[in-house]
Design a protein around this ligand. Sequence first.
Ligand SMILES: [Zn+2]
Length: 99
Amino acid sequence: MKPDGPTARKLGRAVSLERRNAEGDGGDDQKKTGKYIWHTIGDGKVRSEHADRDGETFDWDDPPEGGHPGEAPNCRCWAEDIKDNARSLKIKSPARKAR
Ligand SMILES: [Zn+2]
């Protein structure tokens, strides 16, 4: 048994996560811009003010009352990026390069 093996891996992971967070705060890549479409998951538990927003367009820079989809407690709504829809697929490729 090698006690160092798994431990070292965990530590390395934690460090890289911290670095990612630090970079995320400073970098422009992580910041959402443009507009999105508000989607609810459409079951009976969706709060009514969110149900009203279903299908409406909002701006990432101008959050509606209560915040963006998923930001309110227990909120399971989600946002569909309009502008970044095609771009977000491309973003995945450079991210794999970082490994
Ligand atoms: Zn919601």
